[in-house]
Design a binder for this molecule. Structure first.
Ligand code: GRF
Length: 201
């Protein structure tokens, strides 16, 4: 399975996928063919370069409109002929052009138990709400924000002494394992969507 991973920051979810593939490429069943980002100079791109992978950067400010950026991102991604696009800490919402091209084949990982706490501050919002458990969600990307059918979730307890950073780090430990498991299973078994349920044999 050809996978393009989109990142915006540290890329530890990307690194977890790279490590799983390095450990057992044949068994894992997926190969990362390129890594894209919405900004240069991030650790996620360094991780890709260290792994010898092609990278691309699509910055919103380099385009006259958001739609043109979305088109450019779709073009750059399509060049690598992905079977699956994984948004792993990618902090932009892909638009109509991107979804027209890859809709149904884009998954995202979110650091909260959707549908609770969608958006760019899921960890902070859960903490502020005072939840006792939170977690992470891997889901199909649809035309909403963190609203697509859920593939897998992991639960993470909130500790009294947690702040956003400590809680997010504990979530990311679960999230990285969840994402590796989901991508590997999709690579080996495929998936189908029945209503709002994503079934992986
Ligand atoms: C992840 O928790 C992801 O869910 C959120 O931002 C974090 C990215 O972490 N959107 P990394 O870049 O994979 O280390």
């Amino acid at each position: 399975l050809r996978v393009v991973v989109l990142v915006s920051g540290s890329g530890t979810n990307l690194q977890a996928l790279l490590d799983a593939i390095a450990a057992d490429a044949a068994g894992f069943g997926a190969e990362i063919v390129a890594v894209g980002a919405d900004r240069p100079g991030i650790t996620g791109l360094e991780r890709a370069e260290r792994a010898g992978l092609p990278t691309f950067v699509c910055r919103v400010k380099d385009h006259a409109t958001r739609e043109e950026w979305d088109e450019a991102l779709a073009e750059a991604t399509a060049a690598y002929r992905p079977d699956l696009v994984v948004s792993a800490g990618f902090m932009k919402i892909v638009g109509t052009a991107f979804l027209a091209r890859f809709g149904g084949r884009v998954i995202n990982t979110h650091p909260a138990l959707l549908p609770s706490f969608p958006g760019a501050h899921g960890v902070r919002d859960a903490l502020a709400h005072g939840v006792r458990v939170t977690g992470c969600t891997v889901h199909l990307v649809d035309d909403g924000v963190d609203t697509g059918p859920i593939i897998a979730q992991g639960v993470v307890p909130v500790r009294d002494e947690d702040d956003e950073a400590t809680l997010h780090e504990r979530i990311k430990e679960v999230e990285r394992a969840l994402l590796v498991d989901v991508v590997g299973r999709i690579a080996r078994n495929g998936y189908r969507v029945v209503g709002r349920r994503v079934l992986i044999p």
